[in-house]
Design a protein around this ligand. Structure first.
Ligand SMILES: CC(=O)N[C@@H](CCC[C@H](N)C(=O)O)C(=O)O
Length: 372
């Protein structure tokens, strides 16, 4: 697999970002590449908009898994790249175009040069939401090819190209989405006393939310409550009768997740009483933490440290979420960060990861999967 091939995959995929479980063009593109590979030891099947590919090892004693995510984000691209998204309002702003291209590169290498162990490559939809890992794990397609160990990577804007970073134990947080509706009585902007203004109610609620992390979480622990969107109203001189607040919760412990949800439920009761309105809350998709197996992580770290192309770094845990956590809850393995050296963070509309990082990842993971 050449750098030029990887770059072509990445740019083609970058142009067609699609929402979770709607990765139709992405799936077709990947299938076209997979069908063009040497087929001798290869079999594949689809699941929803995902794909599972199995390479029959030469003397297998186990099956090793490698997973990539596939979906894009509702981010209007501002990267200035020469190959921007062709899907208005959507962007691969979390590197899944790179992740998929790397997986294709590894697959091509393994199809050309058969590994000893069986390898299953998983192209998993809907990582950003509503979560493809958990239903994929439950699928018959997965169960019949279930690996004995499993690996994945995620691009890391802050690390230089060549870096692979990870740690044993908790790498990413538990997550829960948060969707709240507030309903009251709207009316004329000049007659506020006859209304129950949901812009004011939602604003108080969002401000109150900030006290949860500040005043309910042990300062030696960590949690995040982020509101990403607020929608309310139809016109500047009409008092809004409804508002919708959407966000996400991140914790390292399930006790804190429970505590935060209880506090939010309590606060909403207060908002209802204070602003004479009705509210409802939906916790959306919940991901379990990414917990790296101690032994597999040590083995991967040692392979990275002795690999000529890689600079291995012990990383800290992060409040990011990843539904790869569900695979790791069931199957020992590890997730790593891959340095891509861009000043813009994940989910930023300007993110522009260095494509050179794909060479490092493909070389390292091809060697690593051969060595299992
Ligand atoms: C790597 C990454 O950025 N993952 C997402 C996962 C989102 C889970 C869910 N939709 C949520 O918002 O809680 C992240 O935002 O960390």
């Amino acid at each position: 697999m050449t750098s030029a091939d990887l770059t072509k995959f990445r740019r083609d995929l970058h142009r067609i970002p699609e929402p979770g479980f709607q990765e139709f063009k992405t799936q077709q593109y990947l299938l076209d590449v997979i069908r063009a590979l040497p087929q001798e030891h290869l079999s594949y099947k689809t699941w929803e908009t995902g794909i599972l590919v199995r390479i029959e090892g030469s003397a297998p004693e186990k099956t090793v898994g490698y997973r990539t995510d596939m979906d894009g984000l509702p981010v209007p691209e501002q990267s200035g790249l020469e190959f921007p998204s062709e899907h208005e309002g959507m962007m691969h702003a979390c590197g899944h175009d790179m992740h998929m291209s790397i997986a294709l590169g590894i697959l091509q290498n393994l199809a050309d040069n058969r590994p000893v162990q069986n390898v299953v490559m998983l192209f998993q939809p809907a990582e950003e939401g509503p979560g493809g890992a958990e239903p994929m794990l439950r699928s018959e397609e997965f169960k019949t090819w279930k690996p004995d160990e499993i690996y994945a990577l995620h691009i890391a804007p802050e690390h230089p190209v060549g870096t692979i970073a990870t740690k044993p134990g908790v790498l990413f947080a538990n997550t829960s989405e948060l969707f709240i509706n507030l309903r009251g009585k709207g009316g004329h902007a000049a007659r506020p006393h006859q209304t129950e203004d949901m812009v004011v109610a939602a604003s108080h609620f969002v401000t109150q939310l900030q006290s949860i992390v500040a005043r309910n979480i042990d300062p030696l622990d960590s949690a995040v409550v982020t509101i990403g969107t607020i929608e309310a109203g139809t016109k500047q001189n009409i008092i809004a009768e409804s508002a919708r607040v959407e966000g996400t919760i991140r914790t390292f412990s399930m006790d804190n997740m429970k505590l935060i949800k209880e506090r939010i439920t309590g606060m909403l009761k207060g908002v209802e009483a204070s602003f004479h309105c009705e509210t409802d809350v939906d916790w959306g998709a919940n991901y379990c933490q990414v917990y790296n197996d101690e032994t597999k992580t040590a083995e991967l770290a040692s392979a990275a440290e002795s690999h000529g192309q890689v600079d291995f770094v012990e990383s800290r845990e992060a409040m990011t979420g990843e539904d790869f956590g569900y695979f790791l809850r069931d199957i020992p393995g590890t997730m790593v960060w891959l340095g891509v050296d861009t000043p813009y963070g994940l989910h930023d509309n300007r993110i522009s990861p260095s494509e050179k990082a794909m060479d490092t990842a493909v070389e390292f993971f091809t060697d690593f999967l051969h060595s299992r």
